[in-house]
Ligand binder design. Structure first.
Ligand code: SG4
Ligand code: ZN
Length: 243
């Protein structure tokens, strides 16, 4: 298994949540970045990732206006992430997707300048050092986010369960119960190969508290599934055909 520690360049941030230049105190570790594959460095010290998710901690799905979020009960160490570049145990609190705001190519990280149609983020916080997400988010080594690129190809059975739930959360701010969803089904088959770097949240408060773990292997979702997400997200009729 090969693991690399990457050296990349920052991607320009384009997000409807803010306008104009970003002012970040000491912000030299801002995410997302362009992962420059030839500049990434293999690190034999990096270990395989250990995910231990309990689907019973899955609670609800909501539309916050920017993403669809699936939230997990994070009051105990029941769905956790360890290993890889991490020294501590991290608790899963939610996952969300970036599907593109103004264009269809919605990934936040890029790979040698290439965008992907979408990107999944599984957000975890350090439960060895902190007692709440809100505390961890402000601290160095507070969060660990797994990023997975989505490509258009075969239909994804795991994603379909989410797609089926989307009509119930068409409107910004709507929340519905969503249970027993195993987030491991959205990970690629090989989680041993990844790029890792220290970065930030990609939206305000933009704190540089995130250990990013970006999977080398992508997952595939069908064109129809992408269309269904776009239809709910943008209330559009028909679908972007450019994939
Ligand atoms: C998305 O906007 C999520 O909806 C936010 O989740 C998330 O904020 C934000 O992205 C930044 O997270 O992994 N892309 S990211 O760096 O997790 C947080 C919520 O607003 C704090 C709950
Ligand atoms: Zn995200």
């Amino acid at each position: 298994c090969s693991k690399v520690q990457e050296a990349g360049e920052y991607n320009t941030k384009m997000h409807p949540m803010w306008q104009g230049p970003l002012v970040v105190p000491g912000g030299d570790r801002q995410s997302p970045i362009d992962i420059v594959v030839r500049k990434s460095v293999f690190d034999s010290e990096l270990k395989p990732l250990l995910t231990n998710y309990d689907p019973r901690t899955c609670q609800q799905i909501w539309n916050n206006g920017y993403s669809f979020l699936v939230e997990y009960d994070d009051t105990a160490d029941k769905s956790t992430l360890e290993g890889g570049p991490l020294q501590d145990k991290f608790r899963l609190c939610q996952f969300h997707f970036h599907w593109g705001e103004s264009n269809a190519w919605g990934s936040e990280h890029t790979l040698d300048r290439r965008l992907f149609p979408a990107e999944l983020h599984l957000v975890h916080w350090n439960s060895n050092k902190y007692s709440l997400f809100e505390e961890a988010v402000m601290e160095e080594n507070g969060l660990a986010v797994i990023g997975v690129f989505l490509k258009v190809g075969k239909r994804h059975e795991g994603l379909q369960k989410l797609v089926d739930a989307l009509p119930a959360i068409r409107h910004k701010g709507s929340v519905v119960e969503f249970t027993k969803f195993d987030p491991a089904c959205l990970l690629p088959t090989n989680t041993d190969d990844y790029w890792t770097y220290h970065g930030s949240l990609t939206t305000p408060p933009l704190t540089e508290s995130v250990t990013w773990i970006v999977m080398k292997q992508h997952i595939e979702v069908s064109h129809d599934q992408v269309c269904e997400v776009y239809e709910v997200k943008y209330f559009s009729h028909g679908c972007y055909q450019g994939f």
